[in-house]
Ligand binder design. Structure first.
Ligand code: AQP
Length: 328
């Protein structure tokens, strides 16, 4: 069976972008792949985190994985730092990576600017190498992620190709898997920026655990334009196009059909219906989350997941150490 790997950072409340760009695919891929889903806490500390909050966020993300439909009977769910192979492989890949290629990463450029004179952590620079280690450690075939991770998938493939060129057969070559709709959900208050956990304005995003009243407020306030026409045109109508993407991804109705449905009806109706679609889609997730989040079962699932993940990781690391001539 081919293998899928992906992860989410425990850096805050998971939002619709994370869900439509990644988590929704996590669930669908379980049918045909052996799936390995990780909570990437070592990625989270590339920027300062409050230790107590980080621990809570790890469990929040784990509970959300299960709440959206990741099935621990089928898939491996675990915390990155519980499997030592991630750090070990990351160092080995670091020695084959180049400053130039890492300097070109747009996520690094974005996250390292506006730091109010604070130093830029080296970990932020090395983020794509750790991500490559996560993926290659599990002989991954497919990586479901949002569009913002395309560059990181490319660098992972470059590293795998470079090392396989020297030491054939060391790594399985992974491929990115991007959803047709929802691969890049934009901020509701500024559709030129991606929806993000860390943006200051809470109305820029819809978190999966938002109450219906908050969802309504965020959608009704969402930036559109003045021509009143529900039409998909990212360049000229980024706000409306973003709402159409969300509507289409959550409802399964095509964008063309939605354009027809709302022809001549203005944004009021469209937004009201989108509120309903969103509230209905998120209600069962919130309910399942409440059931799971504080159950004793959650930590057991993560412990068992880490054991299963570690067993795969150890096999890969044996092969990698052999390739590089490390150890006795
Ligand atoms: N706006 C988005 N649209 C589609 N997919 C998205 N993803 C993130 N934002 C969007 C996808 O969600 C998965 C998990 O992301 P992450 O938590 O590892 O990191 P991130 O991309 O840095 O997410 P955020 O929300 O923007 O967090 P902060 O604010 O902490 O940086 C990935 O597959 C990502 O592509």
């Amino acid at each position: 069976m081919k293998r899928v790997f992906s992860g989410v950072q425990p850096t805050g409340n998971i939002h619709l972008g994370n869900y439509l760009g990644a988590l929704k695919q996590f669930v669908e891929l379980q049918k045909d792949y052996q799936c390995v889903y990780c909570i990437v806490d070592m990625h989270a500390i590339t920027l300062p985190q409050d230790p107590k909050e980080l621990k809570e966020h790890i469990l929040d993300v784990a509970a959300l994985y299960l709440a959206v439909g990741v099935d621990p009977q089928k898939s491996i769910v675990f915390v990155q730092s519980d499997v030592p192979g991630h750090a070990e492989l990351s160092w080995i890949l670091t020695c084959s990576s180049y400053m130039g290629e890492l300097s070109r990463m747009t996520q690094f450029k974005d996250k390292s600017k506006n730091r109010d004179g604070e130093s830029i952590p080296t970990g932020l620079f090395m983020y794509p190498v750790l991500m490559a280690a996560d993926i290659l450690l599990y002989d991954t075939d497919l990586v479901p992620v949002g569009n913002d991770q395309k560059q990181h998938i490319e660098i992972c493939r470059d590293l795998a190709g470079r090392i396989n060129g020297k030491y054939p057969g060391t790594f399985v070559m992974p491929e990115g898997y991007f959803p047709q709709a929802g691969a890049r959900i934009m901020a509701l208050d500024d559709p030129t920026k991606k929806m993000s956990k860390s943006a200051e304005n809470i109305h820029s995003r819809i978190s999966l655990l938002d109450e219906p009243a908050k969802i309504k407020k965020s959608i009704m306030k969402a930036t559109t334009d003045s021509d009143g026409c529900v039409r998909f045109d990212v360049e000229n109508k980024p706000g409306v196009s973003n709402l159409l993407s969300i509507y289409s991804s959550l409802s399964g109705v095509s964008i063309a059909e939605l354009e027809q449905r709302y022809e001549g009806r203005g944004y009021g109706d469209f937004k009201k219906d989108l509120v309903e679609i969103t509230v209905d889609a998120l209600a069962p997730i919130r309910q399942r989350y409440e059931e799971i989040r504080y159950s004793s079962e959650l930590k057991d699932i993560l412990k068992e997941g880490a054991q299963k993940a570690d067993a795969i990781a150890q096999q890969t690391m044996k092969r990698v150490r052999e390739s590089f001539g490390l150890g006795l």
